[in-house]
Design a protein around this ligand. Sequence first.
Ligand code: FAD
Length: 377
Amino acid sequence: MSIVIVGGGLAGASAVEELRGQGYDGDLVLLGAEPYLPYHRPPLSKDVLLGDKEPDATDVHDQGWYDEHSVDVHTGTAVTAIDRDRRVVVTGSGEVGYDTLLLATGSEPRRLDVDGADVAYLRTRDDARALRARLLERPRLLIVGAGWIGLEAAAAARAAGCQVTVVEPQSQPLLGVMGERVGRMFADLHREHGVDLRLGTSFDGVPPVPADLVLVAVGAVPRVDLAREAGLAVANGVLVDATLRTSDPAVLAAGDIAAHDHPRLGRIRVEHWDNAIEQGKVAARNLLGADEAYERTPYFFTDQYDLGMEYFGHVPSEHLDDVVVRGDLDGRRAVVFWHRGGRVLGGMHVNEWDAADELRELVGQTVDPAQLVRRTT
Ligand code: FAD
């Protein structure tokens, strides 16, 4: 039996670990395009940009672990095609046969044309290393996009003493995931720390302020070309059923690329660290013949300045303003719930770390909103 994993990111690494943990002792090949072993990306826009962690210090496992677990890892090896009839994947140095295959090719930054300034993106270890070096030169930094990566980078750039402008077309940062009220809290946070945050401002390719460096942080797109060219069903991600199987049952997909048919939430594609780890595990068990649905509630975290936040759930856009707050959101110690007629769709805490277990438990339950405000954690 031979299992091949395409994509040396977190989902791929998690699957490998679970396969060996489940006692699978057949051939196991991990093919990754980057010149590095799989690593964690969240620190890249936080500790690494702040200079608190070396870019190379975020590996999931070192080479010794892969050797000990007989995992045949090939870094710097992009898969260029999948021949599903012959069950082989094609790389620059030859073909690798599989019985079952996991696609975990992740996502990449959406790109924009920019005039008159250096342009940066933040996805890889090399991007983070280069951006950190630039921040130390204290450039006038323009960040396009007030999403998670843009905001985290803004916080790091302010810590490095840069002049930072952020442009965002929406009326608040993170509007599409957090809604107006919580978005406003993030806007206040950044303005208090000296960021020139320009909301309702579309970027047309020309920096609206003098800028030495433009960080484009306008979201990511799933890397689905390989899957599409192999004839798999694709639509904003590789379409997978509840068990993470693609339209070809011998091929599974996990992590950022998986447009998953979640048993409770419907079709969703989640670009989060926890999702990559946990889908990697379920995919691994299903590669071995199990038939387990992936049912986990999405989870996300961020750190910006002295704000730490964890978020659980998935809130459709029409309910983003159905918010109940316990505590002091403006003072940035609070627990927030999004609900639909009392059914909790999502919840987050801001600097209230003890609330995490309660939030995970409450998402999906129906609770009187007045009680959500009162309940003590
Ligand atoms: P990826 O990590 O993108 O890995 C996919 C790998 O596959 C890449 O190395 C790629 O080069 C490789 N690949 C692609 N095509 C091929 C091919 N044809 N052949 C071989 N290899 C290929 N999430 C959170 O929950 N909290 C956070 O705070 C957070 N912070 C983040 C900060 C940054 C800067 C970034 C970029 C992401 C952050 N995320 C965060 C998101 C999280 O890191 C991703 O959801 C996660 O990395 C997805 O893992 P993945 O394995 O699906 O994809």
